[in-house]
Design a protein around this ligand. Structure first.
Ligand SMILES: [Zn+2]
Length: 457
């Protein structure tokens, strides 16, 4: 068999249908696909490769998939103070900081986020639906080599007295139709648009249902924020007489094509509806901790897993793009909250970041595991580092000991986008310089006060 690249002698954590871990394994890539995976003794003699990589130093995993990330927040990473309440953090800080960006700034943030993800082993992401300059962002992402589903900032609820509700809904639906037409994803495209709603209470019933129809017609999915704090349930109860998920069920928009982000405040009836309909839930543990959402006190993620809900992980804000940190948190938070070490084993956290996420992104036939015929989206974790030695239990060590800092090489779609700790598609030094200058100018322009706990001379 001919191949472009053969990685021989590596430890393979395949996350395939039987969850094989192969100690002395080999994997071959040809063009954009994985063409062989198995024990080195079987694969190496059968493959003629143009490039052979000695894999003895590496643990190989599928590329990680971030289920929820605001890529344009990279321009103001670390700027928002941590002590804010939910409403102040969203309305006084996050929304103006998102909406004040130029197209060039959005593209810059997108590139920075893509770099931060690729360098820590994330090969694909679902954006949070807060992009404004879609064309500039899509172009920037395209050049980085990452795989993504991205959507524009879409909401339609008329809150102000003079707002024309019908016109706002029409405009929102037109925006969705336009992005799906121009950036289709049904044909294996690496980068595509999805109808991503801001969610909470910002979408009318007509927008929810319209987005669902458009997603179905384009083979896409929807995502939306819901219930990080109790406010969403309060609003839905007051305005519809039902909790958010019950209301969405009546609209007919639940299902495998919908991913709800957060769901920290979900009750038993909502969990039953999510499970029954195959709706995906995305948990962002780092954001929940920083935002004080009450995930360990109120969150019912163990019950969601028990009910069979497809759970995945996101990083949410730009504080960290390293999905290996939420993996560790996911494996730990509920062990502590429930005083039960059996809750969310490390292997479940790894599934959330790979196969579960691939399913929610409707890409499970393409990505999420190391298997013949799948896209070559994979990560080499360098075990010649203190956190990886001794190497005795790759899956547990991946989640409990390692981090994105040990990612040596990454392939997306068969392209080696990270090699020896450097991104091959982005001039890292130039980007750091550019975003530093742009970010300092941007936060000055925002008029928001820098809040630092200790004075910086
Ligand atoms: Zn978010």
């Amino acid at each position: 068999m001919q191949a472009d690249t053969l990685i021989a002698g590596a430890t393979l954590v395949t996350v395939d249908a039987t969850r094989r871990v192969i100690a002395d394994g080999a994997l071959a890539i040809d063009a954009d696909r994985i063409v062989a995976v198995g024990p080195a003794a079987e694969i190496v003699p059968a493959v003629q490769a143009r490039q052979v990589i000695d894999g003895r130093r590496f643990v190989v995993t599928p590329g990680f998939i971030n289920g929820h990330v605001h890529i344009t927040e990279a321009l103001f990473k670390g700027f928002m103070p941590e002590h804010l309440g939910f409403d102040e953090s969203v309305w006084r800080w996050a929304v103006p900081l998102h909406q004040g960006q130029t197209a060039a700034e959005q593209a810059l943030g997108a590139r920075m986020s893509a770099l931060a993800m690729l360098r820590t082993g994330t090969t694909c992401f679902l954006e949070a639906g807060t992009v404004l300059a879609l064309d500039a962002v899509m172009e920037a992402l395209h050049q980085t080599g990452i795989r993504a589903r991205v959507g524009r900032w879409v909401l339609d609820r008329a809150f102000a007295p003079g707002d024309d509700q019908g016109a706002m809904t029409d405009a929102a639906l037109a925006l969705l139709r336009d992005e799906l037409d121009r950036y289709p994803g049904h044909d294996g495209q690496r980068i595509a648009a999805w109808p991503l709603l801001i969610g909470h209470n910002t979408a009318t019933d007509a927008l929810w249902q319209g987005a669902r129809r458009l997603a179905d017609a384009h083979g896409a999915g929807i995502s939306a924020h819901m219930s990080p704090a109790p406010g969403d349930a309060d609003w839905y109860l007051a305005n519809t007489g039902r909790r958010p998920v019950e209301h969405l069920a009546r609209l007919g928009v639940l299902g495998p094509g919908l991913s709800l982000t957060h769901m920290v405040h979900a009750d038993a009836a909502e969990i039953a509806l999510l499970a029954e309909t195959g709706t995906n839930v995305i948990h962002c543990p780092s954001a929940a901790l920083k935002g004080g959402y009450g995930t360990t006190r109120t969150g019912r993620f163990p019950e969601m897993a028990e009910a069979g809900i497809n759970l995945l992980l996101g990083t949410d804000g730009a504080d960290t793009a390293d999905l290996m940190r939420p993996m560790t948190l996911m494996a730990g938070l509920f062990k502590d909250a429930r005083c039960d070490t059996a809750v969310f084993p490390a292997r479940r956290a790894l599934e959330m970041a790979t196969v579960n996420a691939a399913r929610a992104l409707r890409l499970d036939s393409q990505i999420g595991s190391l298997a013949v015929g799948k896209k070559a989206d994979l990560v080499l974790h360098d075990t010649e580092r203190p956190e990886w030695r001794p190497l005795l239990n790759p899956v547990d060590q991946l989640v409990w000991c390692a981090g994105g800092g040990g990612v040596h090489s990454v392939w997306v779609d068969g392209q080696r986008v990270v090699e020896d700790y450097r991104c091959t598609t982005i001039d890292e030094a130039a980007l750091y310089e550019e975003i530093q200058q742009a970010a300092e100018a941007y936060v000055r322009r925002s008029g928001l006060p820098p809040v630092v706990p200790w004075p910086v001379p």
